[in-house]
Structures are given as structure tokens and as C-alpha cells.
Design a protein around this ligand. Structure first.
Ligand code: PSU
Ligand code: MN
Length: 304
């Protein structure tokens, strides 16, 4: 195990006792949601995991230590940091953040890596990165990580700020099964369906866990994407989401926003443009995914 890995005592004990643990990411705290909703939502996700009987482990790099299981104070410290001061940590960033003793917030890719080092098999978040519209070479490292790190990522699909058909193509190339829990199509974050078919649909957390367990037995080394639509009562009208996304991506283009800054910029603009509407959907799906991740992690332990 990497010497820079620090497990919170509760997480270490839970893993030792083979209890269910769910990883949670920190980029949604520093780059995905505004203060103070970011802190409230991160803590609400932890509470939702606990309600299922699983233990939450929010992951970040704190002063160069890869920390699995942040305290509430640590979540607040990251969440209150001024925008742009905390590094977004994907695979390529670990060496920099650790080498320079930085605070850094782990993306889906970064969180998968640290979860795998710690021995955590289930991770819940909102949406994954993907292939950017109009920029088919801007492929999120999340997709490549899903192909090479055996962690199940529970999410509400991806926002249609991305090219969702191309995103599914890359997942196929990387050998990542895309599973719908209660859906036959890829959810599009704010809206329940993108209309794009995925690999299989299961109805229960137990069935999802059975697929995750099979993936581990087979040992092919890939991750899994388990997609869950936003709860129907909090879904955003598709036209509202689409109009905001179109405007935000056009602005990003016009302002020459590039690389790692594209996703945070577009997320921020969409939230501004749809005001309270997107916020409700966002918080609702995050809690729902955390709860679902907890149920899958518990079912996975019960299979052992
Ligand atoms: N999509 C969201 N909210 C987020 C992110 C994506 O709806 O907070 C974050 C996740 O941490 C994801 C990262 O891993 O953005 C992807 O960034 P990029 O496209 O630069 O790989
Ligand atoms: Mn990118």
C-alpha cells in the first residue's frame, strides 16, 4: 500500500471487519457545487450512506496525504477554500499534490484510484466526466480509469454538457459495463433519460452487487458504471437543461476555456442559468446515489 495513504480510524476498522464502505469524491465539493451547498451536500451524502448501514469515506489529498475518510471539519475546510485554490486531482495530479504536500480534491478517476488502494469497491457520486461536445479529443480521465481500476461507480450518468453517444463509445472501448438500476437508458444527470441504450438493466441493489462480485471474481481489472436516474419528482425539464447547457458550452468556447477548467466552468454556468431548479435536482440525485451506493455495498458484503 502506498505510504501516503491515510485511512480514517472508522474506515480502517470497517474494512478490517469486512463491513460495507462507500467512497465519496471531493471535486464535487471544491469544483462542482457552490459554498455552502457543497458542504451541506457532502455531509448529507455521508448521512445517506450511513442510513443503509454502510460507512462513508470521503476522499481527498490533505497536505500531501491521500486521506480516505475525511472528518466533518476537513470537509468544511475544503468546501470553504476560495474557488480555484484547491487542485483538482485526477490520475496525473497525485504525484504533484503528494510531492508538494498540497490539498487536492479527487475527481472520479482520482477517487477510484484511492478507493482501490484502500480496498473499497463501491463509490457514489453525481455525474462522471466524458467526451466533450465538439472536442472529441477532450476525453475525461474518468473513462480511462473506469477501464483499468476495479471500482463500481454509482452515478446519475453524465450531464449532456458532454457528448453522451461518444462517451458510451469510449466506455465500450475501455471495456466498462454500463448498468442501469431501474433504467434501460443512460440517465443524463438532471433528466432521467438520454434515450441512449445501455448494456443491461437490473431492478435491485442485490443484482447490481452480484455483477460487481462477478467482475471481481473474473479479475479483468475494469471498473463498472452503475447508473441511477434522478428521482422523478426532482427531475429538470429536458428543454431547461438543454438550453442552459448549450449557452454554457458556447460561452466556454467563446472565452477560450480549456482542459481541466472546462467542466467546472460549465457546471457553474448551468447552475447560474437554471437558478434553483438545477440545484434541487443536483442535491436530490447526489443523496439518492449515496443511498444506492450504500445498499449495493451492503449487498456486496452479504454475498461474501
Ligand atoms: N460532472 C458533474 N459534477 C462534477 C464533475 C463532473 O456533473 O463535479 C467532476 C467530477 O469530479 C469528475 C470531473 O470526475 O468533474 C471530471 O472532470 P474532467 O472533465 O476535467 O475530467
Ligand atoms: Mn478534460
Amino acid at each position: 500500500m502506498t505510504p501516503e495513504l491515510h485511512l480514517a480510524p472508522e474506515v480502517a476498522a470497517a474494512l478490517h471487519e469486512r463491513r460495507a464502505v462507500v467512497a465519496l469524491e471531493s471535486t464535487l465539493i471544491t469544483h462542482g457545487l457552490p459554498y455552502p451547498a457543497n458542504i451541506e451536500t457532502a455531509l448529507a451524502m455521508e448521512a445517506a450512506v450511513r442510513e443503509t448501514g454502510a460507512i462513508p469515506a470521503t476522499i481527498a489529498v490533505l497536505k500531501g496525504q491521500i486521506t480516505v475518510g475525511l472528518t466533518a471539519n476537513e470537509v468544511e475546510r475544503l468546501g470553504a477554500a476560495p474557488a480555484g485554490t484547491v487542485r483538482k486531482c485526477s490520475r496525473r495530479d497525485f504525484a504533484i499534490a503528494v510531492g508538494l504536500n498540497e490539498d487536492a480534491a479527487t475527481t472520479v478517476a482520482g477517487t477510484m484510484i484511492a478507493a482501490h488502494w484502500a480496498g473499497i469497491r463501491v463509490f457514489a457520486t453525481g455525474g462522471i466526466g466524458g467526451v466533450h461536445r465538439g472536442h472529441p479529443f477532450d476525453v475525461s480521465a474518468d473513462l480511462i480509469e473506469l477501464g483499468r481500476t476495479p471500482v463500481a461507480v454509482v452515478c446519475a450518468g453524465a450531464k449532456s454538457i458532454l457528448d453522451l453517444p461518444l462517451t458510451l463509445e469510449v466506455l465500450e472501448t475501455q471495456g466498462v459495463p454500463v448498468i442501469g438500476l431501474g433504467t434501460t437508458t443512460l440517465p443524463a444527470f438532471y433528466t432521467r433519460s438520454s434515450g441512449l441504450p445501455i448494456d443491461t438493466c437490473v431492478d435491485t441493489a442485490e443484482q447490481a452487487a452480484s455483477i460487481v462480485a462477478a467482475a471481481h471474481r473474473l479479475g479483468l481489472g475494469h471498473g463498472l458504471l452503475i447508473t441511477v436516474p434522478v428521482p422523478a419528482e426532482d427531475e429538470l425539464p429536458a428543454e431547461t437543461a438543454e438550453a442552459a447547457i448549450r449557452q454554457a458550452t458556447d460561452e466556454a468556447e467563446a472565452q477560450g476555456i480549456r482542459g481541466r477548467d472546462v467542466t467546472p466552468f460549465v457546471l457553474m454556468r448551468v447552475a447560474q442559468l437554471t437558478e434553483g431548479q438545477s440545484r434541487r435536482a443536483n442535491v436530490s440525485l447526489l443523496r439518492n446515489n449515496a443511498r444506492t451506493g450504500g445498499q449495493i455495498a451492503v449487498a456486496l458484503q452479504n454475498l461474501r
